[in-house]
Ligand binder design. Structure first.
Ligand SMILES: [Zn+2]
Length: 308
């Protein structure tokens, strides 16, 4: 509810009812993002007068990320901080939420949980009533988030409205083509084999969009522990449906996936590791998944090849 209220203030702020933040001008605008999933598309939207940086780099798990004193200073120094929200950032998110709700003198309107701009009805809710924060896995949904980024840019930097409008169009066209490419890759998997088992529940939106049944070993956050019950149920499903592969994730330890392989072997089913998926952070240089859009495409390729 707190998040809804925070977000519900956002249109008011955009319209100037509760005061727009005053930003230093005409110097370069400093926008700090928590992850590359936000920073990457944002860089495609802005011109050279805006500096975009992200706190978490390749292979960093946002659920477990603990901000350093330097990070806190970077947050305080930025003209605008964009984060995902919906508890993706764990402790970092708490700091930003707190900044949003603290009293006069705070830079509360400079912290925006950008995923929280998406209507509740479009989101995936877990049994525990929490929102799945991994929206970037559905390219069409992330395009909507990118459109919100453009609105935020216009609100803080109205002088460059034409530039932002102009850069959005080719970006959306490019991402729409990428979305179709991912559809094509997943469509190559026989329907009976379209089960994606990964280390944690990061692929819910991916599965919903591209029509795969998704089962995570851990819950939505990497903070939760996999239960023996859950592992046993997965072993049963994988063996009975002869699913050839499960996947490991770059930001999550592989031990739970190993438990599945051993469990299936005991039932006479040869389960393989289908490859590494990039769930919550892009890959290092040379991985082919250095940017958000590459992550999603690379995942689709790995999944498509391993399950065919
Ligand atoms: Zn995650």
């Amino acid at each position: 509810m707190k998040y809804f209220l925070l977000w519900s203030c956002f249109p008011l702020w955009l319209s100037g009812c509760i005061g727009s933040p005053s930003l230093p001008s005409p110097h370069s605008l400093q926008i700090l993002c928590t992850t590359e999933m936000i920073a990457g598309p944002l860089r495609s939207l802005v011109g050279s007068h805006v500096q975009v940086s992200s706190l978490m780099g390749a292979g960093v798990d946002p659920h477990l990320y603990k901000p350093s004193p330097t990070d806190v200073q970077r947050i305080l120094d930025a003209d605008l901080v964009l984060y995902h929200g919906h508890h993706l950032e764990g402790r970092m998110g708490d700091i930003l939420d707190h900044g949003n709700s603290s009293g006069p003198g705070s830079k509360r309107h400079h912290y925006i949980a950008i995923s929280e701009s998406i209507p509740q009805a479009r989101l995936i809710h877990s049994a525990a009533e929490t929102v799945d924060p991994h929206l970037w896995m559905d390219i069409s949904l992330w395009i909507e988030v990118i459109q919100q980024m453009k609105e935020v840019l216009i609100s803080i930097d109205p002088e460059h409205v034409a530039e932002y409008e102009k850069s959005l169009k080719p970006l959306v066209e490019e991402l729409t083509r990428l979305d179709a490419q991912v559809f094509d890759l997943i469509a190559k998997i026989p329907e009976s084999r379209r089960i994606l088992v990964t280390a944690h529940d990061a692929f819910g939106y991916f599965g919903r969009r591209y029509q795969l049944e998704v089962m995570g070993i851990q819950g939505i956050s990497t903070e939760s522990e996999a239960s023996i019950d859950r592992v046993n149920r997965l072993v049963e499903t994988l063996s009975s449906r002869k699913i050839p592969a499960v996947f490991v994730e770059s930001t999550v330890p592989e031990r739970n996936v190993r438990a599945l392989i051993e469990g299936c072997a005991a039932l006479g089913h040869n389960l393989k590791i289908g490859g590494v998926l990039f769930s919550d952070a892009p890959g290092p240089a040379g991985s082919g998944a250095e940017r958000w859009r590459d992550m999603v495409l690379q995942n689709a390729r790995v999944i498509s090849e391993a399950l065919r």
